[in-house]
Write a protein that binds this ligand. Structure first.
Ligand code: FRU
Length: 493
């Protein structure tokens, strides 16, 4: 089958399945998820012809990972999204087992997608594979043709570079030259990132290994991204196989960044220490773009490999985070929800100066699909926080609480319902004795922005559809200085 036939076949299948999937009570109202079937990494996130395009790794034929297609959604404002037809399907010798992750770049009014063509050469998917880098182009941002020059990078470079694990091109342009980074590993299984240069998008030369993991930094770095924030160069990447250290790195794989200065001639990034992008459970393969307002925006896959995904029983799997704006302060990335999401708010409920000692439920503060902003003054409390998606009869609750002594915010999903369990921690300092949280709940997910974006905790939760109560609690007196809660309008069509 040729590319167009493969796309049509998948489209037909999806059109039937997407009706079934709508019945799932874990479907999201304002987060991008696949129409049906499986989703992983965001791909080709870009601002093109006045719209944000978000592509994603997609297996339309089942809610499990399989030969990868590129799903596609588009938004005028980063708040409401519309699904578009699938953009890429495996169809050629060089990508017959999957169009793996990649990115987008505009050139001469056309949109180019650069992605990894994957081919299995045997049964062991760790060793028996060939990965090459490819291009597809579109005039309208919807219909894509693969280039006859493909693959444009057909083999990994010489040196201490694994010949086959070599993927996820993120491309950008600087001073009329194209650059791209690729995820890679050494022959001894240490993660690293390669930097390439090209004059024309077709002919690429490897400049250098731009950064490399030393010590406990995993066996492979996936999905790299390089961009500037505040005059500094940031390398964002997803290391696989970092071992837990204290409260950190308890997820199977990590996503994080280093900040420094990239020398484009030598191809080396001098950088500081690795920082996590998110302190929750489910953020992987984040990808950024810059928009017409000069904002650097990031979206990530809101799942983790090998994690339980109970929505698979409903014919779909996977979700994207809300778009988050990145800023650099003191060499750390702050992530805040894009302000456009405010347009989805409805039915606001507001409270001020509420004292809590013990447990409290506030009238009209409950729900499954909402945004909430809350500022606590810790007063004399030792521990305080909130329980979300509570159902006493079912024993369900998802707990976010702060321990003053330990200076740790905890996200506990041990009793969240079906799905993965666990506890995750973020080191947080009170500011003037206050803790400020902004939470986004959407049927099967929770994102918690802490101290105005200083840290974020993200996780999938799968409560019963009747688990809707919200409780504020404390040991010792705490003041809710301000609380605002809004319902969120449905934003995906
Ligand atoms: C990251 C990843 C990428 C790869 C894609 C395949 O989650 O493993 O490295 O391109 O997923 O779906």
């Amino acid at each position: 089958m040729n590319h167009v036939d493969r796309l049509n076949e998948a489209e037909k299948y999806l059109q039937v399945k997407e009706t079934e999937v709508k019945e799932s009570h874990w479907r999201l109202h304002y987060h991008v998820a696949p129409r049906a079937g499986w989703m992983n990494d965001p791909n080709g996130f870009c601002y093109f012809n006045g719209e944000y395009h978000l592509f994603y790794q997609h297996h339309p034929f089942s809610p499990f990972w399989g030969p990868m297609y590129w799903g596609h959604a588009v938004s005028k404002d980063l708040a409401s999204w519309k699904h578009l037809p699938i953009a890429l399907a495996p169809s050629e010798e060089y990508d017959k087992d999957g169009c793996f992750s990649g990115s987008a770049i505009e050139e001469d009014g056309k949109l180019y997608l650069m992605y990894t063509g994957n081919e299995w050469t045997g049964d062991n998917h760790d060793d028996d594979l060939r990965q090459v880098q490819c291009l597809a182009v579109s005039e309208d941002g919807i219909h894509f043709k693969k280039l006859k020059e493909n693959p444009v990078i057909s083999a990994a470079p010489e040196g201490n570079i694994h010949p086959f694990h070599f993927r996820d091109p993120k491309v950008w342009k600087k001073d009329n030259v194209y650059y791209c980074v690729l995820g890679s590993k050494t022959k001894e299984n240490e993660g690293q990132v390669l930097l390439y240069r090209s004059e024309n998008l077709m002919d690429w030369e490897c400049i250098n290994i731009v950064a490399k993991g030393e010590g406990n930094f995993g066996y492979m770095w996936e999905c790299p991204d390089i961009f500037q924030l505040n005059g500094k160069d940031v390398l964002l990447m997803s290391p696989q196989g970092v071992k837990p250290e204290g409260n950190l790195y308890h997820n199977l794989h990590q996503s994080g960044y280093v900040v420094g200065q990239l020398n484009y001639d030598t191809g080396v990034l001098e950088h500081g220490d690795f920082q996590l992008l998110d302190y929750g459970f489910d953020v992987y393969a984040p990808q950024t773009t810059i928009d017409d307002k000069g904002r650097r925006i990031v979206i990530a896959w809101m799942n983790m490999w090998v994690s339980l995904m109970p929505e698979q029983n409903h014919g779909w799997a996977g979700e994207m985070t809300i778009p988050r704006m990145m800023e650099l302060k003191d060499e750390k990335i702050y992530c805040r929800p894009v302000p456009e999401l405010d347009t989805l708010r409805e039915d606001g409920v507001y409270y001020q100066n509420v004292m809590v000692d013990g447990k409290l439920e506030l009238a009209n503060v409950q729900g499954k699909c909402l945004e909430m902003k809350i500022t606590f003054d810790a007063k004399k409390a030792t521990v305080f926080g909130m329980k979300l998606r509570v159902n006493l009869e079912l024993g369900e609750e998802t707990v976010i609480f702060y321990d003053i002594k330990k200076e740790i915010l905890t996200f506990n999903r041990e009793h969240s319902g079906a799905g993965p369990k666990g506890v995750s921690h973020a080191p947080i300092k009170l500011i003037n004795n206050r803790l400020q949280l902004q939470l986004f709940l959407d049927e099967s997910s929770l994102e918690v922005f802490i101290q105005d974006g200083e840290k974020v905790m993200t996780g999938r939760i799968y409560p019963n559809l009747k688990s809707e109560a919200i409780q504020i609690f404390s040991e010792g007196e705490v003041e809710v200085v301000e609380l605002a809660k809004w319902g969120m309008k449905p934003a995906i069509s």
